[in-house]
Design a protein. Structure first.
Length: 318
């Protein structure tokens, strides 16, 4: 089978939201390549790097989406261009996007990337392992089996890694956790591995719901993790097996979305409960922190990696 590869050369700042647009329009897969310039490779936790350093200008990225050959590539690109052009109105700098399209064989993209996706140790205890790789864990190491498929979240992106490390710090045995915008389900699986008794994983995208459900099964966590389609916290009332209030909410989504439902998160959290947010570019850190403070949260910790920020906040009363 052949596929259209639509590529946009843009900024790292805009890479996650543009990736989301590709998925919205039905991409069969999305790849993000960010610049290596100015980013020393951290191997302190055993990270693997098999790709050579690229020559993309600092702060830039290339997002590639793959669509079946029978679909109208020109129409898809027109819709993408319209969405990207509107990003400036949301305070996101996409630079001066440059677009390319070509036809590729399925073998050129669907499996080749797997040779570069290796087990990655993202924290003291958590390691993310693709299902097709052999790996012998060390004593006390928690291994997350993952087949990311078409959804977000492999553990290699800064926002995901930041969230995993934050969850390791705040999740306690027996906790109830909600993961908003679960993507591949990696954060929900991690929370369960870290001892959470019940985890509710929510995503609006049915592709993500399917992917997350598969990864929950791969890790044998069906009894602990429930995956549901939901617009943010909209489905929480229907999840009768996850008792409210919960101890931890994690959301690895865009800052522009995070600020829209902070009050809802406050309502579902117990006093002293933790809210971990990422997907926040450095330029939006203040906006998110101020929104959290207005809703009744105290920012306890801010972690940074590359140009991304994760904020760990606590509901007043604990």
């Amino acid at each position: 089978m052949k596929w259209h590869e639509i590529a946009v050369h843009t900024t790292e700042e805009a890479s996650e939201i543009i990736s989301h647009y590709f998925h919205e329009l039905g991409a069969g897969g999305v790849a993000i390549e960010e610049s290596d310039k100015g980013k020393p490779r951290d191997t302190s936790l055993g990270q693997w790097y098999e790709l050579p350093l690229n020559d993309l200008p600092e702060g830039t990225a290339v997002i590639r989406g793959y669509f079946p050959e029978m679909e109208d590539a020109a129409a898809i690109m027109a819709k993408l261009k319209e969405k990207v052009a509107a990003l400036a109105g949301h305070g996101i700098d996409a630079g001066e996007p440059r677009w390319d399209v070509r036809t590729v064989d399925e073998e050129d993209w669907a499996n080749a990337w797997k040779s570069y996706y290796k087990p990655i140790r993202v924290s003291d205890r958590l390691t993310v392992k693709p299902t097709w790789e052999e790996y012998e864990p060390r004593e006390g190491e928690l291994v997350i089996e993952l087949d990311p498929g078409m959804a977000f979240g492999t553990g290699t992106h800064a926002t995901t890694a930041l969230c995993l490390r934050a969850l390791e710090r705040v999740v306690r045995a027996g906790d109830r956790v909600i993961d908003v915008g679960t993507g591949s389900g990696i954060l929900a699986v991690a929370a369960a591995k870290l001892g959470a008794a019940r985890v509710l994983a929510l995503d609006l995208d049915p592709v993500a719901v399917s992917s997350a459900s598969d990864n929950v099964r791969l890790n044998g966590l069906e009894q602990q993790v429930t995956v549901m389609q939901s617009d943010l916290l909209g489905a929480v009332g229907a999840a009768s097996d996850v008792e409210l209030p919960v101890n931890v909410v994690v959301a690895n989504i865009l800052a522009e979305i995070i600020v829209t439902f902070v009050d809802d998160v406050h309502r579902v959290l117990t006093d002293g409960g933790w809210y971990v947010v990422s997907g926040v570019i450095a330029a939006k850190e203040r906006d998110v922190a101020e929104s959290l403070a207005r809703a009744g949260f105290a920012v306890e910790r801010v972690d940074r990696q590359d140009d991304w920020v994760a904020i760990t906040a606590r509901k007043h009363g604990g």
